[in-house]
Design a protein around this ligand. Structure first.
Ligand code: NAD
Length: 200
């Protein structure tokens, strides 16, 4: 079977992890990668070639990736503020577009996505993909089989408080970590290790 030729835009925490997930499907080949940081491109290339894959074409400008012929599908895992713009450009370039959450920062960007899809009809999907996680599928299956008894109430929440990060940015968090470390105070684990746009 012909493999899907995929380009990954954004090779941070999510994008670099996804490389392995994509390969594990057995259906896709990562033929192009893009990040504004060259070392992230190099790391992605190494990750793929170490697994016996051909080296993907690396780009620092996503517009060049979109103009290239290496991939038919793009997976966008860049920073939030660039999501809508890159996704609309991808649809206009005719690349099947998979866009990570959040997808849009305001209503105008939501409409931009809708309008662009209506104009281009390029297949587009938001990668709100937790629902296909092992735990979520197991829960659904147990409920459908009646193993949980009668479900009378469901309560869901995504406990990922981003208020500090949105209001203060990663610099504030880093500064907080340094101050807390300097004064030898124990700080909550949730304050550590956040990348500028960790959000998923
Ligand atoms: N679905 C999930 O379960 C899940 C989990 C984690 C993150 N995410 C989503 O994935 C996305 C990335 O999150 P992350 O934690 O990897 O963030 P991150 O900051 O670690 O990575 C983002 C990467 O995109 C690159 N980038 C930014 N703008 C770019 C541009 N214009 N062109 C090319 N590269 C660009 C950055 O240099 C960085 O390497 C976010 O949208 C986040 O919400 C989803």
């Amino acid at each position: 079977m012909k493999k899907i030729r995929l380009g990954v835009i954004g090779l941070g925490s999510r994008g670099s992890t996804l490389l392995g997930t994509i390969l594990a499907t057995g259906d896709a080949q990562v033929t192009a990668v893009c990040d504004v940081y060259e070392d992230r491109i190099a790391a992605a290339e190494k990750k793929l070639t170490d697994k016996g894959e051909p080296a993907p074409k690396g780009y620092t400008d996503y517009r060049q990736l979109l103009a290239g012929k290496e991939c038919d599908v793009v997976y966008i895992a860049a920073s939030w503020e660039d999501h809508a713009r890159i996704a609309c450009d991808a649809m206009r370039a005719g690349k099947i577009t998979a866009l990570e959450v959040g997808g849009a920062c305001d209503l105008s960007e939501c409409w931009e996505l809708v309008d662009t899809w209506e104009q281009t009809r390029t297949p587009f999907m938001f990668m709100e993909n937790c629902c296909w996680g092992k735990f979520e599928l197991l829960s659904t299956s147990l409920a459908r089989q009646g193993k949980l008894g009668t479900v009378v109430h469901c309560h869901g929440a995504y406990g990922h408080d981003l208020r500090d990060e949105v209001l203060g940015g990663s610099t504030a968090i880093t500064a907080c970590a340094i101050i807390c470390t300097a004064t030898a105070k124990i700080i909550p684990r949730t304050s550590w290790g956040r990348s500028p746009c960790f959000s998923g």
